[in-house]
Design a protein around this ligand. Sequence first.
Ligand code: NAD
Length: 287
Amino acid sequence: MIGLGNMGKPMAHNLLQAHDHVTVYDANEAVTKEFKSTNAIIGESAQKAAAGADVVILMLPNSQVVEKVVLGEQGISQEMKKGSLIIDMSTSAPSSTKIIAEEVENNGLYFLDAPVSGGVKKAVSGELTIMVGGDESQYERSLNVLEPMGKEIFHVGKVSSGHTMKALNNLLSAAHFLATSEVLVAGNKAGLEPEKMLEVINASTGRNHSSETKFPNFVLNREFNSGFSMDLITKDIELALEITKEFKTPAFLSSTVYEVWRLANKLSEGKYDHTEMAKFCENWGDV
Ligand code: NAD
């Protein structure tokens, strides 16, 4: 397993519960070392970690990093044995995934994209939703590796379909988080209590995952600690917009949603949790 960040770390712990011989590696040495107290094998580099593996899982920030780790100078695909499988569980760009998959398959390896939804909480509990793109037989092969990490596992189509599905899901998720922020700020200024508003919204037609889960758990308590950064959600919306551009589908609302997240991310210098969008809306008068 390569990439042990907010998501990769708990996912690796669940893999370790289910399987012997799990090798872990992260470019951040301190993170890799944390696994010394477990039964994981500690990889010295991505290439060395992947060398003998049947299946390599990637949980990396974005496609640029995935490309470097798979195909770069010290890329894992050079050292992996023929017939082994790479599963990219990161939220990557479908266009890049197609290119990587083709190159990898030309080298006698297999490739699946299998991004996830559910955030850190579901990564810890092993209840992620996983959306898999790629060959049916490789999907079947991947299940005993994916099952310890996921609750709902979908095969959504050919390679890169998982990444397409994930980007579009996150566009929707970013839209309802922003809409919920705007509604709560307006209501609050008009004299309504945010707690009471959420109670009513969640019993009414405006309810959504942000109003039901993210606001109660990360915003109302002012913790803003979902473990999903503003930088990453902005990247995801960009990926979704690339899809709408490629297929010339309407993106009136989506373009606006993107501009607001892009601005908030720029002002936060990519450092903040994505739930701080609520604060950005609260402080709009000061922007
Ligand atoms: P993160 O930034 O916390 O973790 C990424 C990890 O990759 C870091 O530990 C980093 O050191 C490591 N890394 C970077 N470059 C590397 C390299 N060249 N070789 C090895 N390791 C390298 O990110 P995250 O929140 O865990 O997200 C990972 C992916 O999952 C992203 O694509 C994100 O969009 C997606 N995702 C995140 C969430 C969430 O709630 N955080 C939910 C669903 C999907």
